[in-house]
Structure formats: structure tokens, C-alpha cells
Design a protein. Structure first.
Length: 165
């Protein structure tokens, strides 16, 4: 006599509509030889998204979660700390001396190994910034020095983000 699979009707949690199963639960086998259906019948399956101290995963190392998914975390990243908000800095057209301009940016430290400083021109300043060859050439306590290949003829807005390492 052929084995008969017990099939339960799956329903959409939000609408209650029946969902057509893609496969029979008794046809899905685990490594221990038991089937999805037998584990379900025995109450071994929990969900959705239940993760406990005995949950198995093939992810190695640190894990991070967002309430519905778990994935591998990047070493050295503080996920509890909110990312820094970029600070807008204006490089004045009249502020360049010998192709350099120093501006105050609170939070900058002199030791460049203590933080990552990302600098990006505002979209309205990108072309002039790039054409003038502007870049950060030095850092000191609460100060960044920008250097240019040619002096910009207009003020430039630059965003500075600081990430402590």
C-alpha cells in the first residue's frame, strides 16, 4: 500500500487565503532522516524566525540581526552606535592661500589612525571640486586642510563624516 502524505492547508497570515504548497512536507528530509512533516507533527518546528541558543547556522563568526534576519557581522563595527551624520563645510573661494585652506571640523583628531574621515563634495560642488583637484592634505585637532591644484572661483560645499576606529 502506498504511503499517504498528510497535507495541511497553508494560509496567508494577513489575508487568510489558501496557499498552494510547492512540495509535500513528507518529501522534505532533514540530515537526521526525519521529514519536515514528522518534525512539524512532533512540535519540533517553531517559527517564524525563532532563534535560540541551540539554533544551527552555517554563518561563522559574529552575527547581527534586524528583527527578522540574521547575517554575518563585520568585525570591528559597532552596530549599537548610530552612524555619524555628515557635517557640511564651506570652502570659501576667497579662503585659499598658496593653494590650501584650513577649516574647522569639530571631532577631527591629529592621529589619522584613530578615525576614518570621509570627504565628499555636495552635488552642486562636484564639478568645481574635481576640476580644481581639491583633496584633504592634512588633519589636526578639530581642523582639516584642503589643497587644490587650481583655485576654485566659487565657494564649495563639502560633507565630512568621521568614524572612530
Amino acid at each position: 500500500m502506498a504511503e499517504t502524505a498528510k497535507i495541511r492547508t497553508l494560509r496567508n497570515r494577513d489575508t487568510g487565503e489558501a496557499i498552494a504548497p510547492r512540495t509535500v512536507a513528507s518529501a522534505v528530509a532533514f540530515e537526521d532522516g526525519s521529514t519536515f512533516q514528522s518534525k512539524y507533527d512532533d512540535g519540533e518546528l517553531t517559527g517564524p524566525n525563532t532563534v535560540g541558543t541551540s539554533t544551527a547556522t552555517d554563518i561563522n563568526g559574529l552575527l547581527k540581526g534586524n528583527g527578522s534576519n540574521v547575517s554575518q557581522a563585520a568585525a570591528g563595527t559597532d552596530y549599537a552606535k548610530a552612524p555619524t551624520k555628515p557635517v557640511a563645510v564651506t570652502l570659501r573661494a576667497s579662503g585659499w592661500t598658496d593653494s590650501a585652506q584650513a577649516v574647522t571640523v569639530n571631532g577631527i583628531v591629529a592621529d589619522e589612525t584613530a578615525q576614518i574621515v570621509d570627504v565628499a563634495p555636495a552635488m552642486a560642488s562636484v564639478k568645481a571640486y574635481m576640476d580644481a583637484g581639491v583633496y584633504v592634505s592634512a588633519a589636526a585637532e578639530n581642523r582639516l586642510t584642503f589643497t587644490c591644484g587650481s583655485t576654485p572661483s566659487a565657494d564649495l560645499t563639502v560633507y565630512v563624516s568621521i568614524q572612530n576606529v
